[in-house]
Design a protein around this ligand. Structure first.
Ligand SMILES: *Cc1c(COP(=O)(O)O)cnc(C)c1O
Length: 385
């Protein structure tokens, strides 16, 4: 009989004294928003991704929404989206009245099936909005080639892809914009928060203005206090200085963070080879792709796939954190199912990943001993079915 061991959390913010000190320093000063910490965080982010421009936002959802508005997506437009993603990718399309056109994913990576994109393009198609599934990079040169041919905007949901590179270029820099999340369970955290990046400076500076009411000058650029003009409608999707201070100290640890993830991932992937009932592990297909190792997703073999939810419950009852990414293909989620009534048999791979996979933790809060415990516990659970 298995006994309860040390708790292995699925996602846990990786915080230390330097993070706490940075937040306290902001609290002790006079500037809580519109300050130097957001700029410092943006600069550190760009330095890490090596090119482009970045602006802090209040969340990845906010970044995606800003992108939909900025590129003028509207009722009557169609946007190609993966069926297997976080609902935020699709909400951003739906919120501006455009129609999401869902595509199935590849079973090896969970990423959008690029070979099927062209079949879905009509004269209404305006954009492709895709996700780098759990940090496995999409083959973006192929996507950009199609987008160029049909003059489509490309939006990259990089919420789990900080540290994902394709052919030496960080994801989010291939398409028109990339959107990141700093929610607590992601690679780095600012509690809530996001970033929007682009290789195009004009895109970033115009979106930056839109995300701060579209006033024509920030506090520091006002020669007469309080005097500004407004150049268009806008929103308030800014990040605070408290959050940005965390972002800076989190970026200082990004290399170690990713190093621990790759070590844990490779170790666990190897251990799982010896376990009956495991069909495959999702991962990059070749060395052009650097995975950011958000988590490890394993697909269960038949007939164990039927017991996926029970297996997740058992793992959790034995203090092994786990999850389902994502629990349903988006076109099967109630709102989207009721509204669009897609034939769900079009999404066989997205369905397999939603219904028959386990997401296991590999975050920097864990080590090889923890990976051993995960593999052993899973092995014992699977052998009971
Ligand atoms: C978490 C997540 C989001 C949402 O991020 P928020 O910062 O919470 O808005 C969007 N897309 C993907 C792929 C995610 O994993």
């Amino acid at each position: 009989m298995l006994t309860t061991r040390k708790e292995i959390a699925f996602g846990r913010p990786w915080l230390d004294e330097s993070d706490k000190k940075a937040v306290m320093q902001v609290l002790e000063g006079p500037i809580l928003t519109h300050g130097p910490k957001c700029i410092e965080f943006e600069e550190k982010f760009v330095k890490y991704i090596r090119e482009g421009y970045a602006v802090t936002t209040s969340s990845c959802m906010a970044s995606l929404h800003l992108a939909s508005i900025y590129f003028g997506l509207k009722p009557g437009d169609e946007v190609i989206v993966p069926a297997q993603t976080h609902v935020a990718t699709v909400h951003a399309i739906e919120l501006v009245g455009a129609k999401p056109v869902f595509l199935d994913c590849e079973i090896q990576t969970g990423n959008i099936d690029i070979s099927k994109i062209e079949e879905k393009i009509t004269n209404k198609t305006k954009a492709i909005s895709l996700v780098h599934f759990v940090g496995i990079p999409v083959e973006m040169d192929k996507v950009c080639e199609i987008a160029n041919k049909y003059n489509l905007v490309v939006i990259e949901d990089c919420a789990l892809a900080l540290g994902s590179f394709y052919k030496g270029k960080h994801v989010g820099l291939w398409g028109d914009v990339g959107c990141f999340s700093f929610y607590p369970a992601k690679h780095i955290t600012t509690a809530e928060g996001g970033m929007l990046i682009s290789k195009n400076q004009k895109t970033v500076s115009e979106i930056a203005s839109f995300r701060a009411f579209n006033v024509d000058r920030t506090h520091t650029n006002r020669s007469v206090p309080g005097v500004y003009d407004v150049i268009g409608v806008g929103l308030n999707y800014r990040m605070s200085e408290l959050q940005a201070a965390l972002g800076c100290t989190q970026m200082d640890k990004i290399s170690e963070n990713l190093h621990r993830r790759v070590k844990n991932f490779n170790f666990l992937k190897n251990e799982l080879k010896n376990i009956n009932g495991i069909k495959s592990v999702l991962d990059s297909k070749n060395s052009d792709c650097i995975n950011s190792h958000y988590c490890l997703i394993t697909i269960l073999d038949k007939p164990l796939d039927k017991y996926r939810n029970q297996i997740l419950q058992k793992l959790r009852s034995l203090d092994v954190g786990c999850s389902a990414y994502y629990p349903q293909p988006v076109p099967r989620m109630k709102y989207y199912a009721d509204k669009y009534k897609n034939d769900l048999s079009q999404f066989p791979n997205a369905t397999i990943i939603s219904d028959s996979s386990l997401a296991l933790p590999v975050g920097p809060h864990l080590n090889e001993e923890d990976m051993n415990i995960i593999a052993e516990t899973l092995n014992e659970i699977l052998s009971e079915f």
